[in-house]
Design a protein around this ligand. Structure first.
Ligand code: FA5
Ligand code: MG
Length: 421
């Protein structure tokens, strides 16, 4: 949508991000289109809808959670670089070395050691190690993903962490001084970790769920319908997702849980228990303001942006959807590379990535519409439909044809497929 961003340098030997150079290796898979988003910091742009939600969440935590000295309990961090080590993004969170979430097909790597963070949880360990007991952290995160109205390879998350000492957790409980955070010789069960006492976990879980339910009621109004769903993360147990009912459907807005004690022990917080959550700012904004397409967050169209310039951040925003311009679609079919020479095997995310890096924000959606195996030769062919739509004007057939041809050409050159064009 915007063309005036300086294009980042992708050299032969290195990749440059935010003024630093990173040597390329066999893991490097960031693209210029993605690197052009690094540093945009939509969440720090005053009156951008993501900034507005972040400010409302900050205001809620500042006014409702006061520390012992009378100052806000939660500190807020929104300027940490999205360039992190693989260790921060995965190892520090106990994600095993062979875990599928580390795949090149799902992440943007600068090289084997450095990547664009895939979630704000990448900073949990370093902030706890620095001595913080309660913090919020907002930032841009990067994932290779499918393409549609609610998925974009860059989005924004807000992380929250709160730790409790024995005294902090049990001081309000009658005879609480007899209770303990930890127990020896316990077992891991669906309710708790092996080293935790059940009473401590139940209080932490209650505090977590109450904190998040209050936040959602503050943002959406007291009648919002929510539900908790059990789930799994390697760095929390038990773990939950919170879903909000929106236009008749349940939509997941955050993941959370009781922090794994091994994580806390490894960063010097072995005498505390904690909870953590990570929520998607776009998801919240799309529900709150009825924003129909995630690409709009990147728009520089005044008709979009001016609607969020409120006098007071608590003032409700009534978003008027911009009229949608008509889509154009074009199909692409090709034979997949022979599975025998498996070096060349075809990965769907590589194709999505290629479509995105050529078509950019003109691409609204890519769907597989045919998957065919030739009965005699056994060769496989795929056909994808690419829907093109501009957010701010009507596209011409000619401009779509040029983009589509380039996608056809590059698919053959880069993915080892054979076009049936
Ligand atoms: C995580 O990223 C975990 N780090 C969350 C967490 C933090 C769990 C702390 C426990 C403790 P997940 O991949 O589910 O989990 O993403 C969290 C939220 O980010 C989702 O609920 C959703 O609101 C948002 N999100 C995830 N993927 C996308 C996407 N492609 N586009 C927009 N929002 C997304
Ligand atoms: Mg999830």
């Amino acid at each position: 949508l915007s063309t005036d961003i300086p294009q980042p340098v992708i050299g032969h030997q290195s990749v440059e991000v935010l003024g630093h150079r990173y040597p390329r290796d066999d893991f490097t898979n960031v693209t210029p289109k993605i690197l052009a988003k690094v540093g945009r910091n939509l969440h720090n742009q005053p009156y951008h809808p993501l900034w507005l939600i972040k400010e409302r969440i900050k205001a809620h935590f500042y006014s409702n959670y006061i520390g012992p000295g009378g100052n806000p309990l939660f500190s807020v961090h929104d300027n940490l670089s999205p360039v992190v080590t693989v260790e921060q993004n995965f190892d520090s969170l106990l994600i095993p070395p062979d875990h599928s979430s580390r795949k090149q097909g799902d992440n943007y790597y600068l090289n084997r050691n450095m990547m664009l963070r895939a979630h704000t949880s990448a900073h949990q360990a370093e902030l706890v190690r620095s001595g913080l007991d309660a913090f919020l952290l907002a930032g841009d995160v990067y994932r290779r993903d499918e393409i549609d109205a609610s998925h974009y390879p860059v989005f924004h998350q807000m992380e929250g962490v709160r730790l409790f000492t024995n005294h902090q957790l049990f001081s309000k409980v009658h005879n609480g001084e007899d209770l303990s955070l930890f127990e020896r010789g316990g077992r891991r069960t669906p309710q708790k970790q092996e080293t935790h006492s059940l009473e401590a976990v139940k209080l932490v879980e209650f505090d977590l769920k109450q904190t998040l339910t209050r936040l959602v009621s503050y943002l959406f109004g007291a009648d919002v319908e929510v539900r908790w769903v059990d789930c799994y993360f390697p760095f929390t147990h038990p773990s939950f997702e919170l879903e909000v009912r929106f236009q008749g459907n349940w939509m997941e807005v955050l993941g959370c849980g009781v922090m794994e004690q091994e994580l806390l022990n490894s960063v010097g917080a072995q005498n505390k228990l904690g909870w953590a959550f990570g929520l998607g700012l776009e998801r919240l904004a799309m529900v709150l303001y009825s924003i129909p397409d995630i690409r709009l967050f990147w728009s520089e169209d005044e008709r979009f942006l001016k609607q969020f310039r409120v006098q007071d951040i608590h003032q409700p925003v009534c978003f008027q959807a911009l009229s949608k311009y008509p889509p154009l679609h074009n199909d692409i079919s090709f034979w997949l590379p022979d599975t025998k020479d498996s070096e060349e095997s075809f990965t769907e995310n590589d194709f999505y990535e290629l479509v995105r890096s050529i078509g950019g924000d003109l691409v609204e959606k890519v769907t597989l519409i045919d998957d065919f195996t030739h009965p005699k030769t056994g060769r496989r062919s795929r056909c994808y439909r690419i829907v093109y739509r501009h957010m701010e004007r009507t596209l011409t057939q000619e401009e779509v044809r040029l983009v589509h041809q380039e996608i056809e050409r590059m698919a053959e050159a880069e993915l080892g497929v054979q076009g049936r064009y």
